[in-house]
Design a protein around this ligand. Structure first.
Ligand SMILES: *Cc1c(COP(=O)(O)O)cnc(C)c1O
Length: 467
């Protein structure tokens, strides 16, 4: 399988190359040159497979020759063996037609673990083959950071630098990152928003002084391998609810557009999906883009769902590329315009292409709390986190045909956001045992200004060269 950049001028890479690269050299994002497709019969034959086996089956076409089927299955077994639930991503029924897909049974209590536990193993596999070292530089609005750190802490060939916006992640999220003591883990609190942090990470990929010395890679969902791993649970859920003979809808709490894009990929691979509902909080650039073609970034408003406090959604570029004619040069031009003015209009092809599968909805703080209360009161004491609540709000108001099951992706464990949950339902969820004694451990991180030169100097001082 070959991977091409959404901006049309970076060299095509194989799976191993795309995984290690993260962002493409032309500033674009890697996507498979074409979508592998399963027949209905092939999908039906996946029903009732154990999760690691299903994962290997769904991902093999994307991996191509980079791993043997046997090795891919072993890595899936190792990655998903660390999950606390045997089904890895179990479904919970809320009422006649609404379901939760619980994606938070991994070590750091959010769905990011599903992809990052595997990505850590893929990195180790590919670096070992090449006898190389990797410098991971990432920006996190909360959950990516802890999941990535857990996935690579202590691995010999990797250093990880994780930037988080100071004071804008929850205490649990911060402590999950900063209490990890492995010597290859560097936490940086920056003055600024998640978007500022993400912009600095992107800039480092284009900085020859850095890329000449270090093999810099990404663990943000700009890394294709992450999205690939997330495709699997759309198959897992649909197969349990009558797919592929019956269409299922998904409501996805969305920030960087990675998770919901994985749903788009599942549909491209032949999984019958009725709708993908993009649920945003008041940071609603995606809702405006999908409903009115207006992709213009405002300022970020901090909310109780911090992992969705994003105005620039990196992976949206992948959708624009895929539904807008796959014209890398035209998209590069469009993105340059966006980077200059922070605003752009979608083309008609992009709007119509997106509308075929996607709808969107926005929830404010009151609607979010209301959805948490609905689950608590109407669904026998179901406790959901603020991100999931935004997805559930969108699901409950989607207006889809009655016969379509609607699956809301439960992206985080409620105990990651205890204050918001307590405000909504009057109960404080407690941390599951696998989170450990987070509040008794010492924290370790540096504070740096939101300034590219300072960040680059810090990374250069601490990272090991690629060979
Ligand atoms: C990362 C995250 C999201 C947003 O997912 P994207 O792939 O960035 O759209 C939603 N909820 C939680 C809990 C998250 O950690």
């Amino acid at each position: 399988m070959e991977y091409v950049s959404t901006r049309g001028s970076a060299p095509a890479l194989d799976f191993e190359g795309a995984t290690l690269a993260g962002l493409a050299a032309d500033g674009g994002l890697y996507l498979p040159r074409e979508w592998p497709r399963f027949t209905t019969g092939q999908i039906a034959a996946m029903r009732a497979l154990p999760y690691p086996e299903l994962a290997a089956r769904v991902m093999q076409p994307f991996v191509g020759d980079s791993l043997t089927p046997q090795r891919l299955r072993e890595l899936c077994e190792q990655a998903y063996g660390r999950f606390a639930h045997a089904a890895v991503t179990p479904l919970t029924q809320l009422d006649e037609r609404h379901w939760l897909l619980e994606l938070f049974h991994g070590p750091t209590l959010a769905f990011k673990d599903v992809a990052l536990q595997l990505l850590g193993l893929l990195f180790e596999e590919f670096l070992g083959r090449r006898d190389e070292r990797l410098t991971i530089v990432g920006a996190t609005s909360g959950d990516t950071g802890s999941a990535a750190i857990d996935a690579v802490a202590g691995r010999e060939r990797i250093d990880i630098f994780m930037l988080h916006p100071k004071g804008r992640v929850s205490d649990v999220q911060r402590r999950q990152m900063t209490t990890v003591k492995a010597p290859n883990v560097y936490n940086v609190a920056i003055d600024g928003s998640f978007d500022d942090a993400q912009a600095m990470v992107k800039r480092m990929f284009g900085d020859a002084a850095m890329t000449g010395r270090f093999r810099i890679s990404a663990v943000n969902s700009i890394n294709w391998a992450r999205l690939m791993a997330q495709v699997v649970y759309y198959f897992a859920a649909a197969l349990q609810l009558g797919g592929p003979e019956r269409k299922v809808a998904f409501s996805v709490p969305t920030g960087n557009f990675g998770d919901v894009f994985a749903g788009h990929v599942a549909a491209r691979m032949g999984l019958p999906i009725e709708r993908l509902i993009v649920a945003t909080n008041v940071n609603d650039i995606l809702h405006r883009a999908l409903s009115a073609g207006d992709y213009s970034a405002g300022t970020v408003t901090p909310t109780a769902a911090p992992s969705m406090d994003i105005q620039v959604s990196s992976n949206f570029e992948r959708l624009l590329f895929d539904v807008g004619g796959r014209d890398g040069r035209a998209l590069a031009e469009q993105m340059r315009g966006f980077e200059a003015s922070k605003a752009m209009r979608l083309t008609n092809a992009q709007r119509e292409g997106a509308a075929a599968l996607f709808t969107s909805a926005r929830a404010d703080a009151a609607q979010m709390s209301q959805a948490m209360r609905w689950a608590w009161e109407k669904c026998d004491g179901e406790v959901i986190d603020p991100h999931t609540a935004i997805g559930l709000h969108a699901a409950l108001h989607a207006g889809l045909p009655e016969c379509v099951p609607v699956v809301t992706l439960a992206t985080a464990h409620p105990a990651k956001f205890p204050e918001a949950v307590e405000r909504a339902i009057g109960r404080r969820p407690s941390l599951p045992a696998r989170a450990g004694n987070l509040f008794e451990r010492d924290e370790r991180y540096v504070e740096l200004p939101g300034d590219y030169a300072a960040i680059a100097a810090y990374v250069a001082e601490h990272a090991a060269p690629s060979r």
